[in-house]
Design a protein around this ligand. Structure first.
Ligand code: AHM
Ligand code: MG
Length: 343
């Protein structure tokens, strides 16, 4: 007995190093890149926690490419993420929700093996109310790093379907700070930031989503705009008939928080296409695809509904492309797919 029993020993850094050691050919580039991501998330968490005191709430007075108002924290998080990821020298291109054009890191052309897409602070509408928000990221491998010579080459290299992603993850700033990530084909692990030592510790190893669960999560204020299939599904879960218990509604309006709950408790999170938004609201490269990989690797499913594709199979046609999103417990997503595409 040395008094350390019961204290989790697996830090996020150690876990990532262990993953690197599984591949004898690995040269540590991804490890370094993830360490940049980790540092960025710790700094963003500190800014989020201090926002009220440091007068970081409110609008910055600008708008982003999606035509949405930018908050001061949106801009700060974007700057922090870019700085700490680009300085690793391991990415030649970054795509951010906050920037119209791809962010080109030309001093890493020819050598950087990776590309990253991110939403620096998702759930912006919740920032000023101190409701959970988070950072989402997806990392892709550059197919031929030596051939990247121009911005156009780098942009082409990141336009990959989610199924090619190397790592998907998010960091949620809630009552605690959780980093949840998965390597392609691997398990999903959750880490909690221990502020007393400044490290993420593994608290949720091998997350597995329940196959069924009675929770639905959607902005029901859009109901009159939905298509027949989405309407049928929601009516069914609210009125299952045969004396069955109706589902409970839970909607935070921060994808990170709604997906985090879905991973842990099960259920369905959705942002469908509707009569106003032909492809829904959520962006493929840095919202839908990374969350889809996390859900699938945890045993769930993620569908684009009417597009008749797994979200992970969609090849992006533009960096800010939107897609309809239905993700969560396997059996429910299967049922939604059957509604869209009856056999
Ligand atoms: P954001 O990236 O500008 O914050 O927008 C994305 C967010 C998601 O976190 C959330 O699921 C959705 O928008 C909520 O949208 P709505 O307010 O229409 O329900
Ligand atoms: Mg977002």
């Amino acid at each position: 007995m040395n008094g350390l029993e019961g204290i989790e020993k697996t830090t996020l850094s150690r876990f990532i190093l262990d993953e690197q050691r599984k591949n004898p050919a690995a040269q540590g580039d991804l490890t370094l890149l993830l360490s940049g991501v980790q540092t960025a998330c710790k700094i963003i968490e500190s800014c989020v926690r201090r926002a009220g005191i440091a007068q970081l709430y409110g609008l910055a007075g600008s708008g982003n490419v999606q035509g949405e108002d930018q908050k001061k924290l949106d801009i700060l998080a974007n700057d922090v993420f870019k700085e700490h990821v680009a300085s690793t020298g391991k990415v030649c291109i970054m795509v951010s929700e906050e920037e119209d054009e791809p962010i080109i890191v030309d001093n890493a052309f020819g050598t950087a093996k990776y590309a990253i897409a991110f939403d620096p602070l998702d759930g912006s509408s919740n920032i000023d109310a101190n409701v959970s928000i988070g950072t989402i990221f997806s990392i892709f491998r550059i197919p031929n790093p030596a051939e990247i010579k121009t911005a156009a080459d780098a942009t082409k290299a990141i336009m990959q379907p989610g199924s090619e992603m190397v790592v998907a993850g998010y960091c949620m700033f809630g009552s605690a700070t959780n980093m949840v990530l998965t390597f392609n084909g691997g398990k999903v692990h959750g880490f909690t930031l221990d502020n007393t030592i400044g490290e993420f510790l593994m608290t949720h190893p091998n997350i597995s989503i329940p196959k069924d669960c009675h929770i639905y999560s959607v902005n029901e204020g859009n109901l009159i705009l939905w298509d027949e299939q989405t309407t049928t599904y929601i009516n069914k879960v609210k009125n299952p008939g045969d004396g069955k218990k109706p589902y409970s509604a839970r909607y935070i309006g921060s994808m990170v928080a709604d997906v985090h709950r879905t991973l842990l408790y099960g259920g369905v999170f959705m942002y469908p296409a509707d009569k106003k938004t032909a492809n829904g609201k959520l962006r493929l490269l840095y919202e839908a695809a990374p969350m889809a990989m996390l859900l699938e690797n945890a045993g769930g499913a993620a569908s684009s509904g009417a597009l008749n594709k797994r979200i992970l199979d969609i090849v992006p046609s533009s960096i800010h492309q939107r897609v309809p999103v239905f993700m969560g417990s396997y059996n429910d997503i299967n049922y939604i797919n059957e509604l869209y595409h009856p056999k």
